[in-house]
Structures are given as C-alpha cells and as structure tokens.
Write a protein of this length. Structure first.
Length: 398
C-alpha cells in the first residue's frame, strides 16, 4: 500500500531589517483591509439573498486596485491578498456546512497579524528564504533542520502580540511514518491536581505555568491599567510587556504538551481518553482559570493528530461514563462522589485512588468499544450520535 507523505509546518523565529519589517507591516494591513472589504461585500450580497464566491471577490480586488482610494494595494505582493480571499472562502464554506460561525471582521489591534505566500510569492534556495517585494533573505534562526530536500509549498509570516516575528514553512516530511505495531494500551484521565493519570498508575504533575507567572502578570497588568488609553508609546510598551509574559506562559505550556503527547503516542498503540466538554467546564468560575491553564483541549488535539501520523488509535469514551465512581475490580457503581474525595473504598474491600481507578475504567471501556466495533467518535464530531458506552440494549415490552 502506497504511503502519502505528511505535510508539516516548521515554524521559526526571524529578525527582519527595518525595511523588511515595514514591508511586512504594510502587507499585514493590506491583507486585513482586503479581507474586511470582501467580507463586507459578501455580507451585503447575503442580505440581498445572493452568493458571492472567491472568483467574484478576486475580480473585486482587481477593481479596487484601480481606484485612487485603494491604489496602495499595488505596493505589496498580490499573493497574500489572493490568499486572504481564499481563507475567506473557506470560512464561508465552514459556515454553510455548520462547522463554524459567521466570519468576523479583522481588528487592527486584536486580530492576528499574518500573511501567507504561495510558491509564486517567495524564493527558497540553499536554506535562504526571500519573500516577494524584498531584496534580501530573511534572517531566520534555524532552531531545527528542515527535512532533507524539503521544498516549502506555502510560507506564512506572522507577528505576535509580543512583537516577535515568525515564519512557518509548510512542506512534506518523509520522516513521519507509522510506527511498528504494539500491543500496549493506556487509559488517560486528565485532572488539575495531576495533569494526567495513566491506567498504569503513573501520575504526571501539573506544571501550572500560569500560576508560576501570576504575580509578574498581575503587576504588568496593573502597570498597563495606569497608562492613558490611546495609541501612546508608554501604553504600547506596557501592553507589550503583558504580551511577553503571556507568550512565555503559552510557549512553556505548548512545549510540555508536545513532549508529553509524543511520548504517549510512541509508547502505546491505543490511547483511551474521556470526551470532555471543556467549553462548558470553563464556565465554572471557580475552576475556569485552572482548567484553561491545564489546556486539556490542546492536549487532545495534539494526541489525535500525532496518533494519525504514527498509525496509533485514540478512543474517546462518552463524557457521561462514570469512570470515577465505578469499581475497576468488581464493577460496583458507587453513589455520589464529590471532587474532594480522592480515595475511596469499594464494598469488595478494594481501596481506590480516584484518578487511577478512572483511568483503568476508561481503558476497559475503550477496549470494549474496540472489540464490539461500535462507533467511537466523540459526540462533538458526530452531532446527534451516541458513543458505544452510552448505547443500551433495548428492553422488550411485556
């Protein structure tokens, strides 16, 4: 069976010259302007019960460039402008398919600053990347090597709120291939006291990255709140300091999750998790901050795409499965169990650690689903469907 190469985005930090920074800033502004103009045009057409597709907005872009008011669009590369129209088309496709909400306008201060270049908008030779409208290559910090003979298909340049510049190169990675099959399986229970508890009994501590920098973050935010509102230099400097602390927290959290998920996928053939609705759980004001810091959604996302890369299987057990209250030894279901109960004793005499017991029950339920061949996709991806652990045998009427 032929295998297809996985496309991966390799992200690096770079340091632009003043001329390059000015050119990229102009490009970001033009991309935002074109996106908002196209969205406004499609919104007006939607109100008239008409549909405008990508080809129509592309023709609009050509007309906009010929006007005196928008003539500045000719000063930047046309490739990122066309790409933002394709991104808008994708956003509308997701909206019509009910996979996303209606597209929103891009904000100058809040929206992500980025521009995407296809092969006609950049030159990559001998490890040197030169973008359109630029005379010299970008000064990229190659923190890790690209795959041998890699030819990027798209390049995305972005600037985060902390003022850091990044370039992401999308290319095929032949090194990503299915790992040798294994008979190892593990149940994973996520938590706050411990980030993960495995069915093997191993507990992985929660680093609590946000808590470690909470005092510094609070001080920086207080300093920002004292600055006069507007576009002043002092307020911008204080805002950037807050953004740098947030970026430090996010970078450390992401690095930890990447190392953790890579290890789990390499060691186990089957990984069983719980289908949690994190979106609803963060509505709990007492736990929202801790849940957000734990980044359960990011953990699951990384686990799923890495499992797909390396030929592993991730099974999501129904969120209503009583994994904590079910005895993994005899199968007895306990009554109510508050969150502060971390250890409990079953009627059979078995003493359970709440999290380890939950992980073992998740593993058993996931393996049962695999054996019976029922649907294992989480409910959030199959609206109206039921997972195997919630299906019951219908009782016949007497």
């Amino acid at each position: 069976m032929a295998t297809t190469c996985v496309k991966r985005a390799f992200k690096y930090r770079f340091y632009p010259t003043d001329a390059q920074a000015a050119e990229l800033s102009r490009t970001f502004g033009c991309v935002r302007k074109v996106y908002n103009l196209a969205l406004a045009a499609r919104t007006d057409a939607w109100a008239r019960q008409e549909r405008v597709n990508y080809n129509a907005t592309s023709a609009m872009l050509t007309a906009w460039k010929k006007t005196g008011e928008l003539a500045f669009l000719n000063d930047v590369s046309s490739v990122p402008l066309q790409q933002c129209l394709r991104h808008l088309q994708t956003a509308f496709s997701d909206f019509f398919a009910k996979r996303a909400k209606y597209p929103r306008f891009k904000s100058k201060k809040k929206s992500r600053k980025s521009a995407e270049y296809t092969t006609s908008g950049f030159r990559f030779r001998d490890g040197r990347l030169t973008l359109a409208k630029m005379n010299e290559p970008l000064d990229i910090v190659w923190s890790r090597p690209l795959p041998s003979g890699a030819k990027p298909s798209t390049v995305t340049v972005s600037q985060d709120a902390a003022g850091r510049w990044f370039v992401s190169l999308l290319c095929e990675d032949p090194a990503v291939s299915p790992l040798p099959a294994s008979d190892q399986a593990v149940g994973i229970d996520v938590g706050l006291e411990h980030l993960l508890t495995l069915s093997t009994g191993e507990k992985i501590a929660n680093p609590r990255h946000e808590r470690k920098d909470r005092a510094r973050l609070a001080k920086a935010q207080r300093n920002l709140s004292r600055k006069a509102k507007g576009d002043g230099a002092n307020r911008a400097k204080a805002r950037r300091k807050v953004a740098k602390i947030h970026a430090r927290i996010a970078d450390r959290r992401r690095d930890h999750l990447h190392k953790l998920t890579t290890r789990l996928v390499r060691e186990n053939q089957t990984l069983v998790i719980e289908d949690l609705t994190v979106r609803n759980m963060v509505k709990n004001r007492s736990l929202a901050r801790a849940i957000s810091d734990a980044a359960w959604s990011d953990f699951r996302s990384m686990l799923e795409y890495k499992a797909a890369w390396y030929g592993r299987e991730v099974i999501a057990v129904d969120r209503f499965f009583p994994s904590s209250k079910l005895c993994s030894h005899c199968g007895t279901l306990q009554g109510t169990m508050p969150l502060d109960v971390r250890t409990w004793t079953c009627e059979c005499g078995t003493i359970h650690d709440r999290d380890v017991n939950a992980a073992r029950n998740l593993l058993a339920a996931g393996l049962a689903v695999t054996v019976c061949g029922a649907g294992v996709r989480p409910q959030r991806r199959t609206p109206g469907g039921q997972s195997a652990t919630k299906q019951k045998t219908p009782q016949r009427k007497p």
